[in-house]
Design a protein around this ligand. Structure first.
Ligand code: KIV
Length: 271
């Protein structure tokens, strides 16, 4: 992947200009080469190698079990596929919390071993030391506020966050703090649309929403959810753009039938 390739690459500066020009940012997660290639060639702006891989790839209930090595493996596969999109990689649970030195080491491993362009961390003022230390090494940082899934056991539920004034006020000051620290963008997950609109207008850096209404500067969805690969996850904010579960299951049934009936392979499909 070359910085000098003919395709005009999306950078953290592109995203800031997009916000300034009122152009919405489209972000999707991806965890492997084949899917990343499809969405990069379709023109996606940002690919998040999310720790949601822990759920949709590994089948865990939460994002907590995924390791730094596993995140790097996914990021390497995605990076090999892309020509245009900005690649952001989640620092997994345990790779930065309460330890800025560890945050820096984890970020450097991701950047060096995968070739990704930026990292994402969950939290506000609590992670200030880590954010500043990672930024001091020249690694762009995306923030993540609202429903931060690495703190699910603190929240106890995946319900909408910051409905109460105290939590909304913390989010208001956290997003300002993340901007002042130097984050290039912030994900806002599952918060009231009015609050997302207000805080998006309060900063110059782009906000990317998931379950945060239409007035954030961009949107992100987990690719397995929006492609309809899984059936169990049906939050109100999710729009399904395909039903790959049914398409892939029907294809599998047809294949099984063809094998059992000896229809596959036929004469043209053999040597
Ligand atoms: O890991 C992930 O997929 C995320 C998005 C939901 C923003 O953090």
């Amino acid at each position: 992947m070359s910085l000098h390739s003919e395709v005009k690459r999306v950078t953290v500066h592109t995203l800031r200009s997009m916000k300034a020009n009122g152009e919405k940012i489209a972000m999707l997660t991806s965890y492997d080469y084949s899917m990343a290639k499809i969405i990069d060639e379709a023109g996606i702006d940002v690919i998040l190698v999310g720790d949601s891989a822990s759920n949709v790839i590994a089948g865990h209930e939460t994002t907590l079990p995924i390791t730094l090595d596993q995140m790097i493996y996914h990021a390497q596969a995605v990076i090999r596929a892309i020509k245009r999109a900005l690649i952001v990689v989640d620092l997994p649970f345990g790779a930065y919390q309460g330890n800025s030195r560890k945050a820096l080491e984890s970020s450097i491993r991701i950047m060096k071993e995968s070739g990704a362009h930026a990292i994402k961390m969950e939290g506000g003022v609590e992670i200030e030391e880590s954010v500043k230390r990672v930024l001091s090494a020249g690694v762009p940082v995306m923030g993540h506020l609202g429903l931060t899934p690495q703190s699910i056991y603190k929240f106890g539920t995946y319900t909408v966050r910051a409905r109460e004034e105290m939590e909304a006020n913390k989010l208001r000051s956290d997003i300002k703090a993340l901007e002042e620290m130097g984050c290039f963008s912030v994900v806002l997950e599952k918060i009231p649309a009015t609050l997302a609109k207000e805080v998006s207008q309060s900063v110059d850096i782009p906000t990317i929403g998931i379950g945060a209404g239409s007035d954030t500067d961009g949107q992100v969805l987990v690719i397995h959810d929006m492609m309809g690969i899984n059936k169990e996850f049906n939050p109100r904010f999710l729009r399904r753009y395909a039903d790959l579960y049914t398409i892939m299951q029907d294809a599998t049934k047809n294949y099984i039938e063809d094998v059992k009936s000896k229809d596959f392979p036929n004469e043209k499909e053999q040597y």
